[in-house]
Design a protein around this ligand. Structure first.
Ligand code: DHK
Length: 157
């Protein structure tokens, strides 16, 4: 990764259980692995002159630490908070605290699933949400984030 030459630097964060993608409930989450998703994101980022730092954690605090750290280097955040979407005020506060543009993504259409998945603590502090398109939610989310960053930059110049 040649961050110095890239236009945008993005933190990609995968929350709990997403390390099991490909094996985990493939009828809900698909058969594409996390590594494959990361590879597809990397290809898209290269086309758009963006640099990605990618992390996955099953621990709320580690996700929060990564968000705090992003304050020092990132222009934006792409996050699938997994189940923390529906439970974590702390994760929401971290996103709000760093004030970086953030796109929330979900592989599944959470609104077609159990009622407890219908509420997100993250959405109110996100630019937008993409859900229900399997692994493509991530690439659509990255495109949306980079478009928003480009637009922000154009409106400043
Ligand atoms: C992933 C999870 O792990 C769930 O807890 C969320 C999300 C949905 C997804 O669809 O990517 O409810």
């Amino acid at each position: 990764m040649s961050e110095a030459l890239d236009k945008w630097r993005v933190l990609v964060l995968h929350g709990p259980n997403l390390n099991l993608l490909g094996l985990r409930e493939p009828n809900v989450y698909g058969r594409v692995t996390l590594e494959e998703i990361n590879q597809r994101l990397g290809e898209l980022a290269a086309q758009r002159q963006a640099a990605l730092r990618i992390a996955q954690s099953n621990h709320e605090g580690a996700l929060i630490d990564a968000i705090h750290d992003a304050r020092e280097w990132a222009h934006g955040i792409l996050i699938n908070p997994g189940a923390y979407t529906h439970t974590s005020v702390a994760l929401r506060d971290a996103i709000s605290a760093v004030a970086l543009p953030c796109v929330e993504v979900h592989l599944s259409n959470v609104h077609r699933r159990e009622p407890f998945r219908h509420h997100s603590f993250i959405t109110p502090v996100a630019l937008g949400v993409i859900a229900g398109f399997g692994w493509r939610s991530y690439t659509l989310g990255l495109m949306a984030l980079l478009d928003a960053l480009d637009e922000q930059c154009a409106s400043r110049s």
